[in-house]
Design a protein around this ligand. Structure first.
Ligand SMILES: Cc1cc2nc3c(=O)[nH]c(=O)nc-3n(C[C@H](O)[C@H](O)[C@H](O)COP(=O)(O)OP(=O)(O)OC[C@H]3O[C@@H](n4cnc5c(N)ncnc54)[C@H](O)[C@@H]3O)c2cc1C
Length: 381
């Protein structure tokens, strides 16, 4: 993004190329995979081969050397084309960013080229059943035992555990939170799916760590700087989650506007009725504002301003979550009965769009953040 709020020609070209790829797969492909209990492996592999998953990975590790703004554009375009992928928010964004910024040379060599090519995926696990939004209450612990680490505890709602090679786990170490790379085949690690009403090939899991032994180099970064490192990964997560949401919102709006232009029951297209056109226009404004805030957050993050990016990334995620919830609800309304029919591909977005109000951080926790940090109000909890 440049100072005059336009995207560079390079970013626009990236968007259009990703949109072409997305169109070749489309929402039918995504839904068919979800219903068959399969993964969108072909799309992921092709996006990797074309360099889209690795746009933000440093060039020396096989990536495009771009920023989170580029990766967010990829995520948004794929969601707009009908394939909203949560693992894009996790693997090439949080995990790749944290390893690129804080990993050892060896960890970078081991993981980054695979993230860039799309041949390696990593999940991210912070949420715990008893802690929920309160990350101060995390109880998953990791302790030293000679040359090794021993991990015990559990996580819930972790996306994609069944399709990744490893999970980046937030655990409480000897002096505070630390980030550990945990291979999914490590002895003592078990996981099971949570039955969800979301139509997506990506599933959520409960994870258990029963004294999982990890090598010394499982730790990412320093054992003392856990929190700062963690927050550096959470800004990209929020920017990506916002783009996941705005992409889906744009898709819903595109479909709603198209239907409102063509469906006619009183002699004029239904889109001529202000009962529909005004809410649609309102929604278009909401989505565009959320996209603008997301671009601001990405520009701040990419210019190294972690703190300022934190506020913007939270605001962007909030705005995008609200925008997509309204857009999908409205698109269904505009379609009348067709809005709930499988064929129109909108009802499946209902639950998926609601993710954006809950994860990775809920709307209420963002409002708390803004109340305390932007407005300097006292906290109630
Ligand atoms: C589809 C999906 C995928 C996910 N993927 C991952 C993943 O890959 N990795 C991962 O670590 N986690 C993941 N999560 C978990 C997600 O981050 C959490 O669900 C979210 O942070 C909220 O935590 P919780 O569900 O425990 O809700 P709770 O913390 O129990 O909150 C319940 C409600 O109370 C509200 N609330 C809580 N505290 C306050 C307060 N102080 N003030 C006002 N309201 C409050 C919340 O906003 C929410 O509305 C995923 C969740 C979903 C639904």
């Amino acid at each position: 993004m440049t100072g005059n709020f336009t995207e560079t020609d390079e970013r626009k070209a990236l968007r259009s190329a990703v949109a072409d790829l997305g169109a070749r797969y489309g929402h039918e492909y995504f839904v068919a995979k979800a219903r068959a209990g399969e993964k969108t492996d072909e799309l992921w592999a092709e996006a990797g081969k074309l360099g889209y998953l690795g746009v933000a990975v440093p060039e020396e590790f096989g990536g495009g050397g771009g920023g989170i703004g580029d990766l967010a554009a990829v995520c948004e375009e794929l969601a707009r084309a009908g394939s909203p992928m949560l693992l894009m928010v996790v693997s090439p964004a949080i995990c790749a960013t944290v390893i690129a910024r804080f990993g050892t040379e060896e960890q970078k060599q081991r993981w980054l080229p695979g993230f860039a090519e799309g041949t390696t995926k990593m999940a991210f696990a912070i949420t715990e059943p008893d802690a929920g939004s309160n990350s101060h209450k995390l109880t998953t612990k990791v302790r030293r035992d000679g040359d090794e680490w021993v991990l015990s505890g559990g996580k819930y709602y972790i996306s994609g555990v069944d399709e990744v090679q490893a999970v980046l786990v937030v655990a409480i170490g000897p002096t505070g939170p630390v980030l550990m790379i945990v291979p999914t085949d490590a002895p003592g690690l078990t996981f099971r799916p949570i039955e969800m009403e979301i139509v997506s090939p990506e599933k959520q899991f409960t994870m258990f760590f029963d004294d999982v032994r990890l090598p010394s180099d499982a730790l990412v970064g320093s054992a003392d700087a856990g929190l700062a490192q963690l927050f550096a990964g959470l800004n990209p997560e929020r920017i990506m989650a916002a783009s996941f949401a705005t992409g889906m919102a744009l898709r819903a709006l595109d479909k709603a506007a198209e239907y409102a232009r063509t469906r006619s029951v009183w002699g004029t297209p239904i889109g001529a009725h202000q009962g529909l056109s005004h809410p649609l226009a309102h929604c278009a404004i909401q989505v565009e504002l959320a996209r603008l805030m997301t671009q601001k957050a990405a520009a701040l993050y990419d210019s190294g301003q972690d703190r300022a990016a934190g506020e913007s990334a939270n605001m962007a995620k909030y705005a995008a979550g609200e925008a997509v919830a309204s857009a999908v609800d409205l698109a269904i309304q505009v379609h009348g009965g067709n809005g709930l029919a499988t064929e129109y591909g909108l009802a499946q977005l209902l639950t998926a769009s609601r993710i954006s109000r809950i994860a990775p951080v809920s709307r209420e926790m963002i409002l708390n953040y803004v109340a305390q940090h932007t407005l300097n109000l006292p906290r109630s909890y």
